[in-house]
Design a protein around this ligand. Structure first.
Ligand code: 5AD
Ligand code: SF4
Length: 465
């Protein structure tokens, strides 16, 4: 065949390649970092010609961005894959293709095992290699099953495309920005050091550039993300070593960025400069998620948390001394191996002492490969249930009391999006509560002063002050 002869087949291929864009349906499980990662995968796929769709039926590629933190989260993925296998088979009958990919922490932890358990899966890709997604999909289209779970030598952030301005705008006036990934703490219950790897900090220059781009596109609030965000460190433009506090001081100078947050922190990494940032930066929101997991020193030791309950309480006192309006948030695990009634009561005592604005609590879930899973004296499920119920009732009381304490006060609200009901808009208080207002109160992206008039289920009602 002549080289320049266009056969019927190649002509059809040429038409197909300029035809409708391929569509990707991305489903995100788990933490905020997965939300951020899904956006970055979406950006990488957009550069490769994919457009996002909300309708799984329309999608040529379905990607699940998964969570491995507790057994329930990981098992959800397999039941979803079961449904997708049937969908893929239906499609095949009418000659349509559907590529199934599993990304995130289950991908990293289970690798090829996912394809063994769910043969309909075409691609397994871990969090450190998202920049290789387009390449991996080319291999899949060539008929390969692809498993990409090596830790890449290159920095994925140097290779992932920056989001387009229009995409940033469509994602709203608040944004996540990963500054740190992985964890070296090795709490004995936790899979993160195995799924996300050891601690890596992104460079100051990369972070500032990304934050500036977000601000230029109209983002008003940035939440810095890291599994151990306050362990972030980097070299500043002055050549000195910066910690998260110093970084926050720098980010606070970016025009347009009115609000800064960070999550999730470890008590051992709250240094003086970070506490000073809470004292000195009006844009650093007075809300701190600082997980403690347990109030019992014996259990904290078994969890390898490397601090005591008293250390934690002293730390909160120091932070409250410089920022009295700070609202505390935390995470708790009940029923860690060996937890006695007295240990659990110590947790309840600590919760009463701190008085949380919002907190998350879980039954201990043994994770394969972690030291906790091999410990003796696992707690019976019914005991875990009973403890969780008691803890959650106390935490809910505190959360409600915090909401009620705001009624009649005037607070600043960042307006984020239209409300569920016509005529309403929803904003956010400095303490992360959704605030429901009349739509005339302001435009999306405005920060307005609003008087809190009442409380709803985890939300507040307000009117423009
Ligand atoms: N079982 C139950 N909860 C866990 N968490 C982490 N690992 C486990 C586990 N194996 C909780 C911790 C952590 C939060 C993100 O999830 O409280 O702070
Ligand atoms: Fe897991 Fe957090 Fe402990 Fe790291 S510090 S091991 S991410 S619970």
């Amino acid at each position: 065949m002549e080289l320049n002869e266009i056969s019927k087949d190649t002509a059809e291929i040429a038409v197909a390649s300029t035809g409708p864009a391929k569509k990707v349906f991305l489903k995100t499980y788990g933490c905020q970092m997965n939300v951020y990662d899904s956006q970055r995968m979406s950006d990488a796929l957009a550069a490769d010609g994919y457009v996002a769709t909300d309708a799984i039926d329309d999608a040529d590629l379905v990607l699940l961005n998964t969570c491995h933190i507790r057994e329930k989260a990981a098992e959800k993925v397999y039941s979803e894959l079961g449904r997708m296998r049937d969908m893929k088979a239906e499609r095949a009958k009418v000659g349509r293709e559907m590529v199934i990919g599993v990304a995130g922490c289950v991908a990293q932890a289970e690798g090829r095992e996912i394809i063994r358990r769910s043969p309909a899966v075409d691609l397994v890709i871990g969090p450190q290699t998202y920049h290789r997604l387009p390449e991996a999909l080319r291999k899949v289209r060539g008929g390969e099953k692809v498993v990409e779970t090596d830790y890449a030598l290159e920095d994925k952030f140097d290779h992932l495309p920056q989001p387009k301005r229009a995409d940033v705008i469509s994602r709203g006036v608040t944004a996540f920005l990963t500054v740190q990934e992985g964890c070296d703490k090795f709490c004995t219950f936790c899979v993160v050091p195995y799924t996300r790897g050891s601690e890596v900090s992104r460079s100051v220059a990369q972070i500032i550039a990304e934050a500036e781009k977000l601000a230029e596109a109209g983002v008003r609030e940035v939440t810095l993300l890291g599994q151990n965000v306050n362990a972030w460190h980097g070299i500043g433009p002055d050549g000195s070593e910066w910690g998260l506090g110093r970084l926050l001081f720098r980010l606070a100078e970016i025009p347009g960025l009115a609000r800064l947050r960070y999550t999730t922190s470890h008590p051992r990494d709250m240094d003086d400069e970070l506490i000073a940032a809470h004292r000195d930066l009006p844009s650093l929101m007075p809300y701190l998620h600082l997980p403690v997991q347990s109030g019992s020193d014996r259990i904290l030791k078994a969890m390898n948390r490397k601090h005591t309950a008293a250390d934690y309480l002293r730390l909160i006192e120091r932070i409250r001394n410089v920022r009295p309006d700070i609202a505390m948030s935390g995470d708790f695990i009940v029923g860690f191996p060996g937890e006695t009634d007295a240990d659990f009561e110590a947790t309840m005592e600590l919760v009463r002492a701190v008085d949380y604005a919002l907190a998350f609590s879980f039954k201990y879930s043994p994770r394969p490969g972690t030291p906790g899973a091999d410990m003796k004296n696992h707690v019976a499920e019914n005991v875990k249930d009973e403890r969780l119920q008691r803890l959650q009732a106390l935490l809910l009381d505190q959360q409600r009391a915090f909401g009620t304490s705001l009624v009649g006060k005037t607070v600043e609200v960042l307006i984020e999006k239209p409300g569920r009901q016509a005529g309403q808009i929803v904003g956010r208080s400095p303490w992360l509560q959704p605030v429901i207002l009349d739509e005339t109160a302001g435009e999306i992206g405005d920060i307005i002063r609003a008087r809190i008039t009442g409380t709803g289920h985890a939300s507040l009602f307000a009117e423009r002050a």
